[in-house]
Write a protein that binds this ligand. Structure first.
Ligand code: AMP
Ligand code: ZN
Length: 471
């Protein structure tokens, strides 16, 4: 498989540090709010990378953190009058629900920054001992000029950076040796969460947490480090400076970055206020549609979100699901078992489609082309199957369709018909609840709400009646 490596600015053959294993670290979200669909892009893209490497036989160890201590979380906790830990644990739970809907997360580790404070202190100490960091009035800074290859990931020149910084003086950072130096540890401010350290009470900077979590869960040398392209500088550049100076070995072999999800040609972001949350989408679509939409573009290209594209993604996904559903019906009716001679030739054609799919995925995870191959397979199945075929042939097609779609993280064996059946029993219970409320049987009404909630269905009482959505 070839991967575009931001570090070398070219596509390179993926050769892991340990044969047969792939160690991947992906920067996760800061949990102070519901995640928006831009945040979901790296999650979907790199989960698909994980799936494809697993498909190819690698033993994948995939780690993606939650940043659970940060200025934005503290601000939110002050606004809401609850602790920072309460804010982050609430939004981690919400994020996990979104991830489940997107079919992400079951096979990975999600460490929290606050779980690795002692290890962060150890790495900062090591950096001080080696002369790469220094303390000043309770703040510890990284000495950027000491790391000779600083800028190698982003291609930035250190003197240009210095010139850009000269005019910007940040309050409280007057004691830096150099404007380029960044914070590893900051002293406690009144009312903020803090931990003990050799430099007094305080909390870690953002960059050190990823260096430490990658080291703790994957080791000093990892294969792939990934995240959105906005993280290349300074976050990933600083991670390299910290990890390589502290560990004395190259940090990540391949650096992968996804392009932005945009809306009206502008980056979707919380600060611009132009965002849609994953939860917003889930009230209108099954989240597999959002996943399918994301994979319809190459991960390095920007992608513009629109209602039209979501609709066409829904239609495309339905076409695959319908094919699967029809094929299952045909299998139920087919007789005999032996593969017929003409079917062997057709299996060869299907194998051609599988290799086309793999060629696309091997080319820097080209999911857009891979999806085109899945549609070719759908077309093939629709025009070459009937209950006259042997079950052996039909089952082979079914297995291939399931295997390729599973590689993209799409669950297609749940058919539109089953979705409708689901809706029917939900509607029945809602009706029963409405009747219970009318007859003032609030106990039963609450029971029904809880029963649905346990199954992942949330009810909303609106002026137009009761609406339901999946969590
Ligand atoms: P944050 O919570 O802002 O640290 O972002 C978490 C992850 O989402 C990072 O990998 C970001 O690069 C990524 N991200 C944020 N906004 C977008 C966007 N509009 N499009 C694609 N990726 C994004
Ligand atoms: Zn990170």
């Amino acid at each position: 498989m070839k991967i575009y490596n931001t570090l070398t600015r070219q596509k390179e053959e993926f050769i892991p540090t340990e044969p047969g294993k792939a160690k991947i670290y992906v920067c996760g979200p800061t949990v102070y709010n519901l995640i928006h669909i831009g945040n979901a892009r790296p999650m979907v893209v790199f989960d698909t990378l994980r799936r494809y490497l697993t498909y190819k036989g690698y033993e994948v160890n995939y780690v993606s953190n939650f940043t659970d201590i940060d200025d934005k979380i503290i601000k939110r906790s002050l606004e809401e009058g609850i602790s920072a830990a309460e804010v982050s644990s609430k939004y981690i739970r919400e994020c996990e629900k979104d991830m489940e809907g997107l079919n992400i997360g079951a096979q990975m580790q999600h460490p929290l920054a606050t779980q690795v404070i002692p290890e962060m202190i150890d790495m900062i100490k090591a950096l001080i001992d080696k002369g790469f960091a220094y303390e000043s009035n309770g703040t510890v800074y990284y000495r950027v000029r000491k790391f000779k290859v600083y800028g190698k990931l982003s291609g930035k020149n250190i003197d240009d950076l210095e010139a850009g910084h000269r005019s910007i003086k940040v309050a409280g950072e007057e004691n830096k040796e150099d404007q380029l130096d960044f914070v590893l540890w900051k002293p406690k401010k009144e009312g903020e969460p803090a931990w003990d350290s050799p430099w007094g009470e305080g909390r870690p900077g953002w960059h050190i947490e990823c260096s430490v979590m990658a080291k703790k869960y994957l080791g000093d040398e990892i294969d792939i480090h990934a995240g959105g392209e906005d993280l290349i500088f300074p976050h990933h550049e600083n991670e390299i400076a910290q990890s390589e100076a502290a560990n004395g070995v190259p940090f990540a072999k391949y650096w992968m970055h996804n392009g932005f999800l945009k809306i009206n040609d502008e980056k979707m972001s919380k600060s611009l206020g132009n965002f849609l949350t994953v939860r917003d989408i889930s009230s209108k679509y099954d989240l597999s549609v959002l996943r399918f939409f994301m994979l319809g573009a190459h991960y390095r290209n920007p992608v513009n979100f629109s209602d039209e594209l979501m609709e066409s993604s829904k239609n495309g996904l339905d076409r695959i699901k319908t094919c699967m559903h029809n094929l299952s019906d045909i299998i139920d009716r087919a007789q005999g078992n032996e593969l017929k001679p003409e079917e062997s030739g057709m299996i060869k054609q299907v194998e051609g489609l599988i290799s086309a799919f793999e060629t696309a995925m091997d080319d820097d995870l080209n999911t857009a082309d891979a999806i085109a191959c899945v549609f070719d397979l759908v077309k093939f199945i629709n025009s070459n199957t009937s209950s006259d075929n042997s079950p052996a042939f039909l089952n082979r097609l079914r297995d291939v369709l399931l295997k390729l779609t599973d590689c993209l993280g799409l669950e297609i064996d749940k058919t539109a018909a089953e979705d409708e059946e689901d809706a029917a029993w939900i509607e029945e219970l809602i009706e029963e609840r409405t009747m219970a409320k009318k007859s003032k049987d609030f106990k039963r009404a609450d029971e029904i709400r809880d029963e649905l909630l346990a199954k992942g269905i949330v009810l909303e009482d609106t002026r137009d009646g009761v609406r339901w959505k999946r969590k």
